[in-house]
Write a protein that binds this ligand. Structure first.
Ligand SMILES: Cc1cc2nc3c(=O)[nH]c(=O)nc-3n(C[C@H](O)[C@H](O)[C@H](O)COP(=O)(O)OP(=O)(O)OC[C@H]3O[C@@H](n4cnc5c(N)ncnc54)[C@H](O)[C@@H]3O)c2cc1C
Length: 435
């Protein structure tokens, strides 16, 4: 019998096991993953000299210095540091991200309109006003110009839900979308460049091997600490008999930590009908990631947000600029990201062809530039924080915890968390467990 079994060996499962063993070397830990290729969303693939991050554009950043230094610690000296060069496509213009700090790149009239609308809401907002959904948050903090040109179409595109149904809890999470400082917005409208969303203004990336090198380096440490790993083994049932957990009628454990999708976990636990019903309300989007190898150098950009409704992808990233090792000399590579709701039929070829046409229509690549394309579809890409989903999540998590299981990670906790937040939460849960 294992003292601890961690379900799911993506980033969350791996860092939980690591932090547990780093602190309590005598505790035995087994990490189980259904895939034979470990890494979850942090996998990378090398093809013909190009390295693609198959879970989409992943960079390392954090407002939490301790967590950032622990993540970089896995890489030793093997990382590249970048000052973010990301943009939002407004019409044909590329405006530095975030938009409210990049207004200086717009024509004078647009700057004035954006600033007036922005200041209008700052002056009229009551001090204790709280938005009750994403639509209100956007209009209430940014004003109608930025809402109309960017935040509403972009968020509709990525979430594929009515923005009035989406909660605002995730926009207040430190490290995610910040509320703009009006002084910076005025400066940027006057033509002075300012920096917003500072946590991500500097980011890091593994020198070789794509983002998977971060995962693999942590995995090496896990193996050296004696953490047991079982890959290619899907969890299908989880029973409690006395004080013991039994996984798939085969593996026994005293403690279970789960990073597998919460909606699936409760079905494997044979949860009561009301919990299963609630779990069906946990909302999410899939993500289709398209890798494009190009026979030309990349412009001086990292990634670009595309709110344009007629373009199928919401973001494209020049990952050949993340590390020179990601593409051969004088060539470049792009990742395009498309979210797909769970009820939409996925026609991968249609999506890929449309994405390529859009790339060409936007003038990002010409037909003769494309060497080859690849794509990867992930069933679980983005948890969608609808108000209803959040409510269900809290109840389902309470039930899971009552059974004695600790949920961790983006899907175990059903939260729109990046690697740093996943790491921080997993560490806190290790610490709490032995307090
Ligand atoms: C498009 C995109 C871009 C992103 N960009 C960034 C970024 O730039 N920076 C950043 O910090 N974060 C980024 N993230 C977030 C980051 O990917 C996640 O925070 C992190 O990978 C979550 O790790 P996880 O272990 O919680 O989930 P996952 O990586 O999904 O791992 C879950 C694991 O559980 C396994 N599993 C599932 N079901 C079972 C089962 N029944 N039995 C056994 N195993 C099972 C899966 O195989 C998987 O390995 C991005 C995410 C996306 C989708």
């Amino acid at each position: 019998m294992f003292s601890t079994v961690v379900l799911g060996g993506g980033w969350a499962g791996l860092v939980y096991a690591l932090e547990l063993r780093r602190r309590f070397l005598s505790t035995d830990v087994l990490v189980i993953d259904k895939s034979t290729q470990l890494g979850g969303l942090l996998r990378s693939e090398a093809v013909n000299g190009f390295t693609f991050d198959v879970g989409g554009s992943h960079v390392i950043f954090s407002g939490n210095k301790e967590i950032l230094s622990r993540m970089l610690g896995f890489l030793g000296n093997g990382f590249v540091k970048h000052e973010r060069k990301s943009f939002i496509r407004i019409g044909d213009a590329l405006v530095p991200y975030p938009l409210e700090n990049g207004l200086y790149a717009l024509p004078l009239e647009d700057r004035a309109d954006a600033l007036i609308a922005f200041l209008e809401v700052q002056m009229n907002r009551a001090v204790d006003w709280r938005p009750s959904n994403l639509d209100e948050w956007i209009h209430g903090f940014f004003g109608k110009w930025i809402a109309k040109k960017y935040l509403v179409p972009y968020n509709r595109k990525i979430w594929k839900r009515d923005l009035r149904e989406i909660d605002v809890d995730w926009v207040y999470t430190p490290g995610r979308l910040p509320i703009p400082d009006w002084r910076d917005v005025v400066k940027s409208a006057m033509g002075i460049a300012t920096v917003g969303y500072r946590e991500q203004a500097t980011f890091y990336y593994p020198s070789i091997g794509g983002i998977q090198t971060l995962y693999s380096s942590a995995l090496r440490e896990a193996e050296s600490l004696g953490i047991a790993l079982l890959s290619g083994y899907a969890i299908k049932s989880l029973k409690k008999v006395g004080d013991e957990w039994i996984i798939n009628d085969e593996i026994k454990a005293k403690n279970i930590i789960s990073s597998i999708p919460l909606n699936e976990l409760v079905t494997y636990m044979n949860a009561p009908e009301y919990v299963i019903k609630l779990s069906k309300r946990l909302d999410y989007n899939r993500v289709l990631v398209i890798g494009v190898a190009l026979n030309k150098p990349a412009p001086d950009q990292h990634w670009v947000y595309v709110p344009n409704e007629d373009v199928i992808f919401h973001r494209y990233a020049w990952i050949s600029n993340y590390s020179p090792q990601n593409a051969p000399r004088d060539k470049s590579s792009l990742l395009l990201e498309i979210t797909i709701s769970p009820w939409e039929t996925v026609k991968e070829d249609w999506f890929v062809n449309k994405a390529l046409r859009d790339l060409m229509n936007l003038g990002i690549a010409g037909e003769g530039d494309v060497l080859f394309t690849m794509y990867w579809l992930h069933e679980y890409g983005y948890p969608v924080h609808t108000i209803e989903s959040n409510r269900a999540r809290n109840e389902v998590i309470n039930w899971v915890k009552e059974q004695g299981i600790t949920p961790i990670g983006r899907w175990g906790c059903w939260r729109y968390w990046n690697m740093d937040k996943v790491y921080e939460d997993a560490t806190n849960k290790v610490v709490q467990r032995f307090r």
